[in-house]
Design a protein around this ligand. Sequence first.
Ligand code: ADP
Length: 164
Amino acid sequence: MRALYPGSFDPLTLGHLDLIERGCNLFGEVVVAVLQNPGKTPAFPLERRLDQIRIATRHLNGVEVISFDGLTVQCARDQKVNLILRGLRAMSDFEYELQIAHTNRSLCADFETVFLATSAHHSFLSSSVVKEVARFGGPVGHMVPEVVADDLARLFNLPFPARM
Ligand code: ADP
């Protein structure tokens, strides 16, 4: 089976990576789809976010990394996937994720969204928290893959590398 894991990944965290690894174990193949989102200025350009994910998932078989803009269901259709993988950290994620899942199903009735509960030790992690910590010079080595920690150090001019 193939699952589509869509998101902004700006940048990839260990929480995302955990979900990709578990998705591979469950489904065999995971297509990580990085949202281009021209409406937002990301911390990392699309090409760099794709590279970060490619580098951080090199140890995994069955991961493909692509970019998309527009509707997730259209991207899934193009990829010939009808299973969308999303993560749940807390109740605050649930309401939003449920709304998106219902919306996607209303657009395409044969789509399923599968939610994986975050691993407890990653439950506090989000891309914005990571950027906030790195911006003020805090260590992020326990939050992101090595390639992202190095990129954050470069982005915020931190002593290199900003790892623990
Ligand atoms: P989006 O902008 O679409 O929310 P994100 O890149 O922030 O994209 O997240 C993509 C998906 O990964 C979402 O389903 C989100 O709930 C999930 N996710 C984010 N952080 C974690 C984490 N620490 N543990 C598990 N899932 C996570």
